[in-house]
Design a protein around this ligand. Structure first.
Ligand code: FAD
Ligand code: NAP
Length: 898
């Protein structure tokens, strides 16, 4: 061993031997650290807490700038673990001031006698795991060391102020303040020329109050934010009434809500509301002055869809323009570069109106960036400002800053956390890191944390961690560590969740974009507080899934795996269905099953508007078949897609996949004709496929009357409808037409064998069950007929068929036969593209606006259909011009809905 290493080890050993021996060391004495200490001490763990600050309070100790308040209503933004504590204090305002919140945390510290175990003015500077002793050794800036079994970082998501990246700060001769490190004594602005740099929540709270005092205030704004007036005042009577009525119920609802405040999910979509109704909802939110309400209660698509969100942004812009008198200033204050809510919105008192004051100037740094700070003030690319005071409201190195500031954090095998996180934080549950045993992070990256009422998230993390430590102690375990598999799975799940919301579309501290050089990616968990809580509970109920536990006299336990493999919204849907305890569809009989399916369909979100929806009847050899036509809003002619709905040849009709047809019509710019083919048991095999073929032939022949382009049609279908589409292509090839330029098969039934792995893996838990498929087959087709290629197209000749796009879902019994069909087509020389949808189930793509993560899949399907149509553009230019813009009425129709 090299001498230096020997020396280092020797000094480590010495400091370890001098170290105070504790069960648990907690870093941070804010909301999280205080509650941790209370719980750990109550359960008998010898615990010490460190904080760099001079007293308790964390955020509320440091952020003493004028106007600092909470922006989640205080009755929600307070501890809930002790009803007696709740009852012992009342809040004086809806949004309490920093001094009041700090007094509250001081009161909590006194009530539970916490200060005696907290070492203030003590910064933890490094943490090293010793594999032999299975303990962490923490070093502090005042020379003391602590050896602890468990190391819990309650260091805060917004506690490490970001250094100003502006040249010359040190040259400035006036006073400099940082909102996140505000002095304890009063700062006087009267008669002074003051600059505020930064217009995030801190700047927006401070600016109106500084403007009231300063001789002149110049605000340097890089990015405007959306800000809602707080209308602060007495605690909201309606919320208090709700709380008082059932305190425990109210708190429990908050714990299972989206963002830690008890509001129901909105179910009405923006397109279901008129302009006036949307405006009314927005006005109500504006008057209410509640960010959580504004972000969740307008319409269901406001946070997940750019179009739904833009409607909110437009209403915001109107408000700003109505308040701010100078149009240029109003325009500069109006955010246009990010969706509402994707960057943390703010809550203010008189913010926009402050710009109407004669002593306030807004400098738009997008037009004139700061070049330097000089001895006398700030110089931009266009002018210089002489100043007495500069206030930096420039924010924090959020989520990871305070964790990484303890450097190094050295885990098992000498690996350093800063190396492991070089490309962004990797965690399991946002609580633990593989390779770092017995380390926990409260509200760490990868947990809901800053996307929630943080006190709710803090209490959930503290309870989870302390409960685990108790359980480990009881079972004789002394170490706990996340596995690499679990961590990789969580990273994937987080990425899936981040596709659900619009946070990824903004450059913010949520994504690390505010700190130069920081790895970027959405850091908080966007799947919601309630879902997250459910997942953490499930980890426990599944035997500490994804954790390795060891102890001196018990066998190692490692139940390895990924906690969530489904897409987050699929998981939600399946959980909801499980909670509803729906009867097995196959137990209802055909009529009962149809009524049940119709009931489910009636409860789903209405599809989005298209140009025109027309119901009609088309003739077939055996009689008329109903159809529903969806025409795009663009001028025709449009390519025609003949669509076959799902339902196991037994259920559904031409309207039953309405949202899917609307969505695909909008995405493709094509006319979709959904055919009401006949069903079993009244009409068994081969009626459905023969109806499909007959309808396709007839529509192709009458394409121009449907407003369709000349030339081949396309076919598409989902599930049993995919079977009909596939068979129709085979029949069209064998019977000399019609010409089909492409087939979209979504989770198609292609074969009658039930022994492929996907039938077993997904037999029971994912809505389309094995027994339901048995039932469908039994009703539709006798065993003798099932190997007929018209029932099992996989058994037919696969060459000479139109190009195909085949979609399969991971958690679907039909997955493997869909893949087999795609591979068979490819082997037979048919151009084929596959979408193997990870984490999705059989109904993912047709549950439009419910399974939001299905969007990218439908976008790919639409691309494929457009490609198929374009590759068969065989019309001459004169043929096209004859048909252009011709207004058409399909035969035998009536208009159903718009
Ligand atoms: P903190 O309160 O940040 O405490 C962490 C403590 O750890 C700090 O005292 C720090 O000094 C200490 N520490 C860190 N590293 C070390 C180290 N190496 N050694 C020693 N000590 C260390 N959230 C909401 O939900 N609603 C709100 O209305 C709201 N308002 C906010 C207003 C402001 C101005 C800010 C900045 C944040 C706000 N937040 C709000 C987020 C807020 O940070 C959390 O709500 C909550 O206070 C965090 O508590 P915590 O205990 O996790 O961390
Ligand atoms: P912030 O939201 O990150 O805002 C920082 C501001 O400074 C932004 O406008 C940023 O512009 C600007 N900025 C940063 N560096 C700059 C530079 N070099 N030059 C010019 N401008 C620069 O930070 P914050 O306002 O402190 O708030 C952080 C979070 O704390 C909030 O989002 C919220 O979660 C919490 N908070 C809550 C409240 C409350 O109301 N309860 C109050 C304060 C804070 P860009 O946007 O262009 O980066």
């Amino acid at each position: 061993m090299p001498a230096a290493t020997v020396a280092a080890s020797a000094s480590e050993a010495t400091s370890a031997s001098r170290a105070q021996m504790m069960d648990v060391a907690v870093v941070g004495a804010g909301f999280a650290g205080l509650y941790l200490l209370h719980r750990l001490r109550k359960t008998g763990f010898a615990t010490v807490v460190f904080d760099e600050a001079g007293d308790v309070g964390g955020t509320w100790y440091w952020n003493r700038y004028p106007g600092a308040r909470c922006d989640v209503q205080t009755i929600d933004y307070s501890y809930t673990f002790d009803p007696e504590l709740e009852r012992s204090r009342t809040w004086s305002e809806r949004y309490a001031t920093q001094p009041e919140i700090l007094r509250y945390l001081g009161f909590v510290a006194d009530r539970y006698d916490l200060r005696r175990d907290i070492r203030f003015h003590t910064k933890v500077t490094a943490a090293v795991w010793n594999q032999e002793t299975e303990r962490w050794l923490l070093t502090t800036d005042n020379g003391g060391t602590v050896s602890c079994r468990y190391y819990i970082m309650a260091t805060g998501c917004l506690s490490s102020p970001k250094p100003p990246e502006i040249d010359g700060v040190k040259n400035f001769k006036g006073d400099v303040y940082f909102t996140g490190r505000w002095p304890h004594e009063e700062v006087k602005f009267a008669g002074k020329r003051v600059a505020v740099i930064g217009t995030g929540s801190s700047g927006i709270q401070a600016i109106p109050l500084i403007a009231e005092q300063a001789a002149h205030l110049t605000v340097f704004q890089r990015t405007p934010n959306f800000s809602l007036p707080a209308h602060n005042g007495p605690v909201s009577a309606d919320r208090v009434a709700l709380l008082e009525k059932d305190r425990a119920g109210y708190r429990e609802q908050a714990r299972w809500s989206l963002s830690g405040v008890p509001w129901q999910r909105q179910t009405v979509f923006s397109w279901q509301l008129s302009d006036a109704e949307r405006r009314e909802r927005f006005e109500k939110a504006w008057a209410r002055g509640d960010l959580v309400y504004l972000l969740t209660q307008l319409w269901a698509d406001q946070g997940v869809d750019v179009d739904g969100n833009k409607l909110v942004a437009d209403l915001f812009h109107e408000k700003i323009c109505a308040i701010v008198k100078d149009p240029k200033t109003a325009a500069a204050l109006s955010p246009h570069d990010h969706p509402v809510g994707s960057k943390r919105p703010c809550l203010d008192t008189n913010y926009y109106a402050t710009y109407n004051r004669p002593n306030v100037t807004l400098v738009n740094l997008r037009d004139e960036p700061i070049e330097s700070i000089t001895a006398s003030g700030i110089t931009t690319s266009k002018r210089s400002f002489d100043l007495d005071v500069i206030v930096f409201a420039t924010g924090f190195d959020a989520m990871t800053g305070a964790i990484m500031a303890v450097h190094p954090i050295t885990g098992r095998g000498g690996q350093s956390l800063s190396n492991i996180w070089a490309n962004g934080p990797k965690t399991y549950l946002g609580l633990t890191v593989a390779g770092f045993p017995n380390l926990f992070m409260i509200t760490g990256p990868g947990s809901p944390s800053v996307l929630s009422n943080m006190v709710v998230s803090i209490e959930q993390h503290v309870d989870w961690v302390v409960d685990r430590l108790i359980a480990m102690r009881e079972a004789g375990f002394t170490t706990i560590e996340a596995t690499e598999t679990a961590q990789a799975g969580w990273t994937r799940h987080r990425a899936d969740c981040s596709m659900l919301t619009l946070h990824r579309l903004a450059n913010t501290w949520y994504t690390g974009a505010n700190v130069p050089g920081k790895a970027q990616g959405v850091m908080p968990y966007t799947g919601g507080v309630g879902s997250y809580r459910g997942i953490c509970n499930e980890v426990v109920s599944r035997g500490m899934l994804g954790f390795r536990l060891t102890g001196p006299s018990v066998p190692e336990q490692c139940n390895d795996g990924e906690i969530v493999r489904l897409q987050p919204d699929v998981r939600l849907v399946l959980n909801m269905m499980a909670d509803m305890k729906l009867p097995p569809i196959e137990s209802l009989g055909a009529q009962g099953a149809r009524a049940f399916a119709a009931q489910l369909n009636a409860a789903r979100p209405a599809g989005r508007p298209v140009g025109e929806v027309v119901d009609g009847i088309l003739p077939s050899a055996d009689g008329p078949l109903p159809y529903r036509l969806y025409r795009p809003a663009t001028p025709g002619p449009h390519p025609i897609v003949i669509y076959f709905h799902g339902g196991g040849w037994v259920l559904g009709d031409q309207q039953s996949d309405d949202p899917f047809c609307r969505d695909m019509c909008r995405r493709t710019g094509m006319t979709f004709v959904s055919v009401g083919y006949r069903h079993a048991p009244e009409h068994r095999f081969p009626t459905a496929v023969e109806d499909g073929y007959a309808a396709t032939s007839w529509i192709a022949e009458h394409a121009t009357e449907f407003g369709g382009t000349l030339g081949p049609v396309l076919v598409a279908g989902w599930s049993a409808g995919g079977n009909i589409a596939a068979v129709t292509c085979q029949l069209a090839r064998d019977r000399g037409g019609p010409q089909i330029s492409g087939q979209l098969l979504v989770c198609p039934v292609t074969d009658c064998m039930f022994d492929r792995p996907s039938y077993n893996e997904n037999a029971t838990d994912y809505f389309l069950t094995r027994s339901l498929m048995y039932w469908f087959w039994d009703i539709y087709c006798s065993p003798a007929d099932r190997t007929n290629p018209r029932a099992s197209p996989l058994r037919g000749k696969l060459s000479g068929l139109p190009p195909a796009f085949v979609v399969t879902c991971e958690f679907d019994p039909l997955r493997d036969e869909g893949i087999a069909y795609a591979e068979g087509l490819g082997a037979a020389g048919v151009p084929v593209e596959q979408l193997k949808a990870r984490g999705h189930f059989h109904a993912s793509f047709t549950m439009v606006d419910v399974v939001v993560t299905g969007v990218s899949g439908r976008a790919r399907m639409a691309q494929a259909l457009r490609r198929f149509a374009e590759s068969h553009q065989d019309m001459t230019p004169s043929e096209k011009s004859v048909r252009q813009d011709r207004k058409v009425t399909p035969p035998a129709v009536h208009v159903a809905t718009g």
